[in-house]
Design a protein around this ligand. Structure first.
Ligand code: NAD
Length: 440
């Protein structure tokens, strides 16, 4: 049976490399429509957990995972030999930046090296990891064609960016998928594949266009959030309530979309992906100023939070040194259990470095590890913190509470009543009656 028929009849076997926030929800959705899924990950612990029906991703329930295991549609592996049997291989591995903000595509390259060992005619390879335009055709294509097989003829290759928004309730299958193949045939078969479990597929003319689409989406958010953060800092100086201003601007029925201040744009995508593009831009002798500027403002925000805390304590006649500070919420956004790239990684060591005693409360994140080498750490030793319990009761024991993340389910007015001083970076406390609350 050829690949078209295998896909249409849902008999295609699908290997997903990288079982994280992106790979696992895909495995679930693809297995649910009846295709066989092999989840491949280099972390043995994750693989064992998955095979035991335990999900570590908030948006995938244990019962859903167990459902596809019981239906014998899903199994996880640490070795790559299952790639032999796979008709479709999807790459969902991390694409971080190094400490100099240079793209690190080594996870992609390592995955492709494994795929190359198992490549056979009739396979479709899809990259979902966010990356700079050119990765699929300049890096992956030549590596795979070293096998002697020809793309578009013997095997198919495409880029199809992931748009998962952790915590968002829009069903997975309702988010349109942009697909761009190396050849028109690659685009066609990739579209057919996604069409089996997603409602909308949007083909574009090339893998590069699809890669650029994803970066445009994230750049749009980074720039706009950074712009409102800059205005929030200015409004603070001018004694204007930026939150009131945003609500007022939102009454305009056209031409305005609200973005909200935050202590830092966090998460695995928005603060990182645009720098894939600004790095690549230099190859074209082009400086992507908006991206660089947005990144600069974003990186300033945690310092602004610390400065605001110092100012707030000072008004109470207290120094930061020796003060007890509670950081409330370390997830990068509300109601999710992911702290990656969040403000806490900067705010906590910065406060400690200034002599404050710091605890944190986050009912969704029981432990927070600040890695060794964080430039803000005085002795470069890692810090492992555990969330305190009963945050709302405990706030009275601290000289200041910094709300970095406003998880739902808490009465923030009570927090304001119980706390001595609050630095509210999220407008969690709606009432403007509290004199002990400082906002951006
Ligand atoms: N998390 C999101 O919200 C999101 C949204 C859209 C796009 N993305 C993009 O998707 C990609 C994956 O992100 P994620 O959040 O799922 O990452 P993640 O860290 O949650 O998961 C990646 C997984 O890949 C595994 N891995 C690393 N190298 C591997 C290899 N060589 N072979 C097999 N497995 C390997 C890791 O062990 C990990 O389990 C990134 O490019 C990211 O930018 C993420």
């Amino acid at each position: 049976m050829n690949l078209y028929d295998l896909i249409k009849e849902k008999k295609a076997k699908v290997a997903i490399i990288g079982m994280g926030y992106v790979g696992l929800p895909h495995a679930l959705e693809i297995a649910r429509v009846g295709m066989q899924v092999y989840g491949i990950d280099i972390q043995e612990k994750r693989v064992n957990q998955l095979n035991a029906g335990k999900s570590y991703i908030q948006d995938v329930k244990d019962s859903e995972l167990q459902g596809i295991i019981d239906a014998k549609k899903f199994e996880a592996f640490t070795d790559f030999s299952k790639l032999d049997q796979a008709d479709v291989i999807i790459i969902c591995v991390p694409t971080p930046l190094d400490k100099y903000k240079i793209p690190d595509i080594s996870y992609i390259v390592n995955s492709v090296k494994e795929i190359k060992k198992h490549l056979r005619p009739g396979q479709l390879i899809i990259l979902e990891s966010t990356t700079y335009p050119g990765t699929t055709d300049e890096v992956i294509l030549p590596m795979l064609e070293e096998s002697g097989l020809k793309c578009g003829q013997d095997f198919y290759l495409a880029f199809a960016p992931e748009r998962i928004d952790p915590g968002n309730t829009i069903p997975f299958n309702e988010v349109p998928k942009v697909v761009g193949g190396i050849t028109p045939e690659c685009t066609k078969i990739t579209g057919l594949f996604y069409g089996q479990f997603l409602k909308h597929v949007h083909p574009v003319s090339s893998a590069r266009a699809a890669e650029m689409t994803k970066i445009l989406e994230n750049t749009y958010r980074l720039i706009n959030i950074s712009a409102i953060n800059e205005l929030a800092m200015l409004a603070g100086k001018m004694n204007i309530d930026i939150w009131e201003v945003i609500e007022a601007a939102k009454t305009k029925p056209y031409g305005f979309q609200a973005f909200y201040p935050s202590p830092k744009v966090g998460g695995h995508c928005i603060p990182l992906d645009p720098f894939y593009l600004s790095w690549k831009a230099k190859e074209y002798n082009f400086w992507a100023h908006f991206i660089e500027l947005a990144g600069e403002i974003n990186e300033q925000m945690p310092h602004y939070v610390v400065t605001s805390t110092i100012t707030a304590l000072n008004r109470q006649g207290k120094a930061i040194k020796g003060s007890k500070i509670l950081v409330w919420g370390v997830a990068y956004k509300k109601d999710i259990n992911d702290p990656r790239e969040g403000a806490a990684y900067d705010v906590v060591p910065n406060l400690m470095r200034k002599g404050a005693e710091v605890d944190y409360f986050d009912h969704l994140i029981p432990e927070l590890r600040i890695a060794a080498g964080n430039f803000m750490l005085e002795n470069k030793e890692p810090i492992l913190m555990k969330s305190i319990e009963n945050g709302l009761e405990a706030v009275k024991n601290y000289d200041a509470v910094i709300i970095l993340c406003d998880h739902s389910g808490f009465d923030y007015e009570t927090l304001a009543q119980n706390a001595k001083v609050v630095i509210d970076t999220r407008n969690a406390i709606k009432s403007r009656e509290f004199e002990n609350v400082y906002r951006f």
